[in-house]
Design a protein around this ligand. Structure first.
Ligand SMILES: Nc1ncnc2c1ncn2[C@@H]1O[C@@H]2COP(=O)(O)O[C@H]2[C@H]1O
Length: 751
């Protein structure tokens, strides 16, 4: 009762101590303090006073038991008796915020959980950006969750808890907590106890709300070994802006080195859910958060400066993660320049000057390089040869194909007449269609016409009007046609699409196999190097989704198919059995060298070429090669075996150190699997788990290229000859034709 009187302010301790202590005489009644106590002169006064005492006593009878609990909860742990701990434990059983915890944990909590009350509405419990020291459960009253630049985003009521995020992630407080009512009651668990008892058994999911709607859903995940605790919260879904805020608040600043996985996932995939322009806009707002904030306390200033530093760090990590792709966006370049100017003018940001200058230098270097190589011309030769620079240089040699580079290609119509067009790669199918129709004098409206690929086997695939990177997307011997919609059946492949009818003139036997593998790897490395991780995203979401070109990836995938069909073409066009046997041996050796050079793309392509039914069925040829070659080939086949989701290959490649040229079709398969199996948006929030899956695959590419290719060249005998040979392979990519030729050179044996 004394405790209740104390809490209600009837009684006060001279030093304002809150827990009531018996046998202590330093209390006085407030009325005494005020000096307003007087004698009751009339009977009415006495009756009124008695009535007042009765009412007060009945209130005290109600409040007394609760006050005992609070009195106990205010005691230091070591002063709590076993009976008192039991009382606390029973109370904890009724608290929803603890309902997911086991009985033994609640017992542990009984001895350390403390009661805290605050008399005044408006009291700040802690500030955004502060170090997290405790976790709270609200027992009575309500608090506002306030965020810089946003104001109050949520109000928490009794039963709610808060303050866990900073403790679990070792991050600063994500919001300021302000008491909304007088006399709020809270339970508090301090960090050291939280870490010891709760951290690793915390609830699996944490949902943050703003204005009644979920904005961030975090899930508990295992941390890597060696870290403070076994768990932390990672983002599962969220609104784009809240995820960015969470990133800037918690994932930057306290990270000394390395790239935080959430930050890296965000940087690699944000284009899916947050366009670059929006990202730059929000970063600029964060950087300028002080511009409309007149009076600032020193704490405010510190917070603001810290935030500015984080924006700079974000830019640095952005450029590291996506390299030149960031500089291809004018809004990013403008922002970097503005940042540099403002940072130079702000003494408080002097440490950031070198970071932003470094970013600026990278940007300038890239822009210079781009300006030098601007408007390159590529051509897609009509005879099924690889896409190459128009200047005649057959090897792209570390040349990236850019959206505004031109490409020269042909568009045919049903009677096989054609026009030659030259367009930037980012041109849409709709424009190409209109222009080709005009040149070929097809007098029909654009809605009646389609742009379509006709493959060498007669298969057709229609382009959507807003698809881009059209010429590079063609299959090896595929051709672009423009046709009236209703007459697609009339389209037939051109005779030349069949490919060569006999082997290429050069005598492969005289070229050193190792030299071919070496030159092939250099060539493939250059193509691989030009592919940006983003192209995997563009390809997965569809050519029209981002309006961005996938030309470098297209060229690399074409190369894969080219190698695969080249093997089959060479074998079936070699009619001499003796030569064929030699060729088979040579190709198995070639696959072995490519594997040794860690060019797994070529290794797969060659092995798949050799496993083509048109080659595999040549039993007489296979019988004539030494058994050690056949065994080697069986090993290779086992490695490319697609069963159990390409397990053999995944295990093998998992052990390699870069540089590696990976089997890209599998990476694309993984991307498609992640894309088709998971929604991009879940109840209005970005499904970040999906973004994480996609980023993992994109990171594989980064890992494979994280060291440059430094192969020891085999003593060159015919370097130039080999190089020009492997960069200009002509192939048959029609399976029916390959099989027919195979049957011609080794007819089915009659039993
Ligand atoms: N929308 C929100 N954004 C950030 N924090 C929130 C939000 N809603 C509630 N909170 C709580 O506010 C707390 C502030 O401190 P913490 O970052 O430790 O943990 C935070 C959450 O528990």
């Amino acid at each position: 009762m004394w405790q209740a009187l104390l809490e209600e302010g009837v009684l006060s301790h001279v030093n304002k101590e809150q827990p009531f202590k018996d046998k202590c005489f330093l209390y006085r009644f407030r009325v005494d303090e005020d000096g307003s106590a007087g004698s009751y002169s009339t009977t009415e006064d006495t009756n009124a006073a008695n009535e007042y005492v009765r009412e007060s006593l009945s209130t005290l009878f109600q409040r007394g038991p609760d006050a005992i609990l609070r009195m106990i909860l205010r005691k230091p742990s070591h002063e709590r008796t076993p009976e008192e701990l039991e009382l606390i434990f029973e109370e904890l059983l009724h608290i929803t915020a603890l309902s997911h915890l086991s009985t033994s944990i609640k017992r542990e909590l009984s001895s350390i959980i403390v009661f805290e009350s605050h008399a005044q509405a408006g009291t700040i419990l802690f500030n955004q950006g502060d170090e997290g020291r405790s976790w709270y459960i609200l027992l009575k009253g309500s608090v506002d969750v306030v965020i810089h630049g946003k104001g109050t985003v949520a109000t928490l009521k009794n039963g709610d808890d808060f303050g866990k995020l900073a403790l679990i992630n070792d991050a600063p407080r994500a919001a300021t907590i302000v008491l909304k009512e007088n006399n709020c009651h809270l339970l508090r668990v301090d960090k050291e106890h939280f870490n010891r008892i709760l951290r690793d058994v915390e609830a699996n999911t944490l949902r943050l709300q703003e204005h009644g709607k979920d904005v961030l859903v975090l899930e508990r995940v295992a941390k890597q070994r060696g870290q403070h605790s076994a768990f932390k919260y990672t983002v599962m879904s969220g609104t784009p802006s809240k995820m960015l805020e969470h990133l800037l608040e918690t994932r930057l600043g306290n990270q000394v080195s390395g790239l935080d996985p959430f930050l890296d996932d965000f940087l690699l995939t944000h284009i899916v859910f947050m366009p670059v322009v929006q990202l730059v806009d929000e970063l600029a707002n964060y950087f300028h958060c002080d511009s409309n904030n007149g009076s600032q306390t020193p704490e405010d200033r510190e917070y603001i400066i810290n935030f500015k530093k984080r924006v700079v760090q974000f830019m640095q990590k952005w450029v590291t993660a996506v390299r030149h792709a960031a500089f291809d966006e004018p809004s990013v370049c403008d922002f970097i320049e503005d940042l540099a100017t403002e940072i130079e003018a702000d003494q408080e940001l002097s440490e950031e000057t070198s970071i932003i200058h470094n970013v600026l230098t990278q940007m300038t270097r890239y822009q210079e390089d781009r300006n030098q190589n601007t408007g390159q011309k590529w051509k897609l030769p009509p005879n099924g040869q690889p896409i190459c620079l128009f200047s005649g240089n057959a090897t792209p040699s570390k040349t990236i194909i850019r959206p505004d580079d031109d490409i020269i290609f042909r568009v045919y119509c049903a009677d096989h007449t054609y026009c030659t067009l030259r367009f930037p790669l980012h041109t849409t199918a709709g424009i190409i269609k209109a222009c080709a129709a005009d040149k070929l004098q097809l007098n029909r409206g654009p809605d009646d016409l389609v742009l379509i690929e006709v493959k060498s086997n007669g298969e057709r695939s229609v382009y959507k009007d807003n698809d881009v990177s059209i010429p590079t997307s063609l299959s090896l011997n595929g051709r672009l046609f423009v046709s009236v919609k209703d007459h697609l059946d009339a389209l037939t492949p051109l005779p030349e699409q069949e490919g060569p009818t006999e082997g290429i003139d050069i005598d492969l036997e005289i070229l050193s196999t190792k030299e071919i593998a070496y030159q092939m790897t250099l060539f493939d490395w250059d193509l691989f190097w030009a592919v940006h991780e983003y192209e995997l995203l563009y390809q997965t979401f569809g050519r029209h989704h981002f309006g961005k070109i996938t030309a470098n990836l297209d060229v690399f995938l074409r190369r894969f198919n080219e190698l695969q069909f080249w093997i089959a073409t060479e074998i079936v066009t070699t009619s001499s059995m003796c030569k064929r046997v030699g060729l088979l041996r040579k190709f198995i050796k070639l696959a072995a060298y490519c594997k040794e050079y860690q060019n797994l793309n070529a290794f797969f392509a060659i092995t798949m070429g050799l496993s083509n039914m048109a080659v595999l069925r040549l039993t007489q040829t296979w019988e004539k090669i030494p058994s050690k070659f056949r065994k080697l080939f069986q090993e290779f086949e086992a490695l490319i075996d697609p069963s159990r989701n390409h397990r053999a290959y995944r295990v093998y490649v998992g052990k390699l150190q870069p540089p590696v040229i990976p089997f890209i079709p599998l990476l694309l398969k993984d991307m498609t699997f992640a894309h088709e199996g998971n929604k991009t948006s879940l109840e209005g929030l970005v499904n970040f788990e999906k973004m994480h899956m996609m980023a993992q695959t994109m990171r594989t590419i980064r890992f494979c290229r994280s060291r440059s290719l430094g192969l020891e060249p085999p003593s060159p005998k015919s370097e130039g000859e080999v190089r020009s040979y492997i960069s200009c392979l002509r192939v048959i990519d029609n399976q029916r034709v390959l099989t027919a030729m195979s049957q011609k050179i080794e007819p089915i044996r009659k039993v």
